[in-house]
Design a protein around this ligand. Sequence first.
Ligand code: ADP
Ligand code: MG
Length: 247
Amino acid sequence: MTTEGISGTTAEHGPAAVHEQDVVRVSDLRKEYGDTVALNGVSLEIGAGEAVAVMGPSGCGKSTLLNMIAGLDRPSAGRVRVHGEDLGAMNETGLALFRRRRIGMIFQFFNLIDDLTTIDNVALAAQLTGTPARQARRRALELLDELGIADRRNVYPAALSGGERQRAAVARALMNRPALLLADEPTGALDSHAGEQVMDLLIDLNELGQTLLLVTHDQILATRCASRLVVMADGRITGERTLERSA
Ligand SMILES: Nc1ncnc2c1ncn2[C@@H]1O[C@H](COP(=O)(O)OP(=O)(O)O)[C@@H](O)[C@H]1O
Ligand SMILES: [Mg+2]
């Protein structure tokens, strides 16, 4: 598998980012769901090119934090800036556009569309931002090739192995050269071999300059992929340390 052609994933910087080195700036973030306090005052900065892993027990607020940074949900209080843009200032249309252009997301259960082929799943991400279909398919094929699954382009997700599905999801996430790649338990549904391959892929991408925020409760994954570890408990950040990558 080669990822050389994927370089340039962070090449496209908007004017707002010129004055701001951090890709993510989260300050005093709170999120309540009814009586549940999912985030209880979280502040986090992620610099361009960093790979940050968030760890912590189930229910401590990891996915909520990622969803706030992705603009999938709105905080109860606090501020989220990504790529120099204040998410709180955006309306729903603006947020949807922001997500499509700036954020790539990978989930535990892949979230591929069952009745689209692999290549159409990947190409769709660019078509949603207005890229013509032919051009989108060309880039999708390039990415599938670089991720080693070009030969699977015309099959439906049901025919893919778990590892292949997650690579297709990574290809989809990279289609629009996102400023930030978010991964929520990306190896959680994979066997250890497929998990390792996805992990290596994330490391390669980060080494090519892709800023990465990864949620996992796998300590090995965290220490292999990330340059910084953030530990959460009960909706707060309780510890942080820089890692020497062991890969
Ligand atoms: N959409 C939601 N509605 C109600 N409660 C939620 C919702 N999302 C998360 N929660 C609650 O917020 C807390 C944090 O959840 P989550 O961020 O998913 O934790 P983690 O990803 O660390 O396991 C949990 O108590 C969870 O039940
Ligand atoms: Mg979660």
